[in-house]
Design a protein around this ligand. Structure first.
Ligand code: SF4
Ligand code: SF4
Length: 239
C-alpha cells in the first residue's frame, strides 16, 4: 500500500497557492470565498445577483458590510475575486489560520507544522496517492490549455538531445516582452494552431486514449493534475 502523499509549504508558498486558486476560480465558489473574505477582514457578506447584467459571471455578486453602521457595498464576481486576493496578501496570518483556509480552499487536509530544518509552515495531505490516470482523454481533448500552451526550456533541450525533430516541428517560436516563447502545437503544414493535440490517439475499440509522446511529453502535461481540486474541477476521472 502506498503511504499518504504529503508536502510542506512555507507560509509564503501556501498563500501564493491559495491566491492563485482564488484568481482562477469559478463563480460557483462564491460562498466559500465570501466566508474567507469575512475571516480575513471581518464584517458580513451576502451572496447577491445583478439582475441587469447579461454576463452570467457579472451577475454573481457579493454584498459586503464592514459593520452594521456602515453602508452595504455591492461587488461583482470579478471585482470580489480581486479584493479577496488583495486582502489575503495584506493579512498577517499565522500558520494555523493559513492551514485552516488552505484546507477549505484546496479541498484537502492541512495543518500547521515544521519541516526537517525546523522552519514553520503547513503540511498538506495532497491525496495524490489516490490519483490513477484512467486514460479518459479529457485533459487532452477538452482542456484548452492542453493545445494552447508553451514548452519549457528543459522540454526543448530534451527533445533536441533525443533527436525528436518530429516534435520540434510542431513548435513555433514567438518573441513576447523580450522573451522567446516556444508555442505549442502549431501545424508545420498550415502554420496554424491545432484544434486537437497531434500526439493524442484513441485506442482501437476502447473508450481510452494514449499520448504518443508519453515519456517525453511537455512539462505542462506531466504536471496535470496539479492537485486533487485541479483534477476534480477540470473533469479528470483519476480520483
Ligand atoms: S502531448 Fe500528450 S499529454 Fe499532452 S495534450 Fe498531447 S496527447 Fe495529451
Ligand atoms: S483527465 Fe485525468 S484520468 Fe483522464 S486522461 Fe487526463 S489525467 Fe488521465
Amino acid at each position: 500500500m502506498t503511504g499518504r502523499h504529503k508536502k510542506f509549504l512555507n507560509p509564503e508558498e501556501a498563500v501564493t497557492e491559495i491566491v492563485k486558486d482564488l484568481s482562477s476560480s469559478e463563480p460557483d465558489q462564491v460562498k466559500l470565498f465570501a466566508d474567507v473574505y469575512v475571516f480575513l477582514t471581518g464584517g458580513k457578506t451576502w451572496p447577491g445577483r445583478h439582475k441587469e447584467s447579461s454576463d452570467f459571471t457579472e451577475q454573481i455578486s457579493i454584498w459586503y458590510q464592514t459593520d452594521r453602521n456602515q453602508k452595504k457595498v455591492f461587488y461583482n464576481w470579478h471585482r470580489f475575486r480581486e479584493l479577496l486576493a488583495g486582502a489575503f496578501l495584506k493579512a498577517k496570518l499565522g500558520t494555523t489560520d493559513i492551514a485552516k483556509i488552505y484546507s477549505r480552499v484546496m479541498w484537502v487536509n492541512s495543518y500547521s507544522g515544521t519541516n526537517e530544518r525546523g522552519e514553520d509552515g503547513i503540511w498538506v495531505e495532497t491525496e495524490m496517492e489516490k490519483f490513477k490516470c484512467v486514460q479518459c482523454g479529457n485533459c487532452c481533448l477538452n482542456l484548452n490549455d492542453a493545445i494552447c500552451t508553451t514548452a519549457d526550456r528543459e522540454d526543448l533541450i530534451r527533445w533536441e538531445k533525443e533527436g525528436r525533430w518530429d516534435i520540434l516541428d510542431w513548435v513555433s517560436f514567438l518573441l513576447e516582452d523580450d522573451r522567446t516563447l516556444a508555442d505549442l502545437w502549431i501545424s508545420p503544414r498550415t502554420g496554424e494552431e491545432v484544434t486537437r493535440c497531434p500526439w493524442l490517439r484513441k485506442l482501437p475499440k476502447k473508450d481510452k486514449y494514449k499520448c504518443r509522446i508519453h515519456n517525453t511529453k511537455p512539462a505542462h502535461c506531466k504536471k496535470y493534475p496539479k492537485s486533487k481540486k485541479h483534477a476534480l474541477t477540470t473533469g479528470c476521472k483519476g480520483f
